[in-house]
Design a protein around this ligand. Structure first.
Ligand code: NAP
Length: 393
């Protein structure tokens, strides 16, 4: 424990947020986003990225997707597998998907020079959703890849003279309720106060991007809350922290009484639609957006929703719940118990999204509520995918 604390204390954030000199401002070649026809997307084999791909394709765009794969065919298979898992493969036109194999942490994103130059000539916007989303890793293990990836994605934007739409996180704000609702323009960090290596890495990345913005790189920053399932198909990310908590509780048949868990859960269909809709407005450049739900979901509401679909959970003390979960290595929450305890003892940040909602006004994009019907859709998805038992059996 002492060595973990030591390694976090010695992180040099001031050094890490220094942006390389070669990243300089430019005027976007497509000044009107409605004229954009080809875009670049990272992270499409991930949860939010798959839904961003769906949104971008729904607007008739050609989407070049950076995928880690041996070749383009293998990359396309990976994309199809992701779209299949999230049950949106029938909603997308794969003919307008171009697979670019590479890696965000590598020079030129791991793309051969000729292909890179060709890509830069074609694309008019860059959507960057790729990140190593791991709550258990220390910042020091994310540091180099975060800094390298952010620089490389900015370099592509510069080479293409294309605006960057950067996916950050509300995790860049310190979890202190006393600070009041954190708005889009409020100061983020300091990184030393952010609880996870992952949230520190999101902060560092955002600082590099913001510095590029100050130098004149046209860009937007998007900070989703905790991204939850699609309100239409019910598709969720099974590694999601709150779903692991719910699944673990169902596995144990127990629920921790008076447990302090409060998070801003926001449906993925809203997050992806909001990012794409706002990026289509030239006035979005230079702004930060909060893709969050109007309220938080707390432990009592989660229990109510879980019971509403038919699971019978016995409320027990937190100690009894912990004992049951920690006695079962197969329990979904087993690897995340320490983080859950930090969550319980820590504070919760609250977010404001007035500016984001005002900006989206008139686009038809709004945040759906996570009610019993939506929650039942999420559970059905997990039942179909063998993650949760059928509550009716
Ligand atoms: N999920 C949330 O609740 C949440 C909340 C706020 C913000 N965010 C942000 O939203 C974004 C997407 O999150 P997510 O939940 O969709 O994550 P995810 O499902 O874990 O997907 C991550 C994506 O990033 C890609 N990636 C990671 N390292 C890469 C690399 N070196 N080169 C190329 N691609 C790489 C992954 O590719 P592989 O398939 O090859 O691994 C995958 O496509 C992230 O920036 C995250 O920080 C997420």
């Amino acid at each position: 424990m002492t060595s973990l604390t030591h390694s976090e204390v010695t992180d040099d954030f001031a050094e890490d947020i220094k942006l390389a000199d070669d990243i300089t401002g430019f005027t976007a070649k497509a000044k009107d986003p409605s004229t954009v026809s080809e875009v670049f997307l990272t992270g499409a084999t991930g949860f939010l990225g798959a839904f961003l791909l769906k949104e971008l394709l729904a607007r008739g765009l050609v989407v070049h997707c950076l995928v880690r794969a041996a070749d383009a065919d293998a990359g396309l298979e990976r994309l199809k597998a992701t779209l299949g898992t999230y049950e949106i493969i029938d909603d997308v036109d794969l003919d307008r998907v171009r697979v670019v194999t590479g890696d965000v942490t590598k020079p030129r994103l791991g793309i051969a020079q000729e292909a890179y130059d060709g890509l830069a000539g074609r694309i008019d916007a860059v959507y960057h959703s790729a990140a190593k989303v791991n709550f258990l890793t220390l910042y020091r293990w994310l540091r180099k890849s975060t800094i390298d990836a952010t620089h490389e994605i900015l370099r592509l934007a510069c080479a293409a003279k294309a605006p960057l739409h950067h996916v950050s996180s509300t995790g860049v704000f310190q979890p202190k309720a006393a600070l009041g609702p954190q708005a889009e323009t409020d100061p983020t960090g300091p990184p030393e106060e952010l609880p996870l290596g992952y949230t520190k890495s999101k902060w560092v990345s955002e600082q590099l991007v913001a510095e590029a913005g100050r130098r004149g790189v046209p860009l937007t920053i998007h900070r989703p809350g905790q991204v939850w399932g699609d309100t239409v198909s019910g598709a969720c990310q099974k590694n999601d922290f709150v779903w692991r908590f719910i699944t673990g509780s169902v596995q144990a048949g127990l629920y921790p009484r008076k447990f302090r868990l409060e998070m801003n859960m926001v449906p993925v269909d809203y997050v992806s639609a909001a990012i794409v809709a706002s990026s289509m407005n030239p006035e979005s450049i230079g702004r930060a957006f909060h893709e969050v739900s109007p309220g938080t979901l707390d432990s009592e509401e989660i229990l109510r929703l879980v019971r509403s679909v038919g699971y019978e959970l016995k409320e027990v003390s937190i100690l009894k719940w912990m004992k049951a979960v920690s006695a079962d290595v197969n329990n979904s929450m087993f690897p995340l118990l320490r983080i859950l305890m930090d969550q319980e003892s820590g504070e919760v940040a609250v977010f404001a999204d007035d500016a984001t909602r005002a900006f989206l006004n008139g686009t038809g994009v709004g945040c759906p509520a996570i009610d019993e019907k939506v929650f039942a859709g999420y559970v059905s998805y997990f039942v179909r995918h063998g993650v949760l038992p059928d509550p009716m059996l």
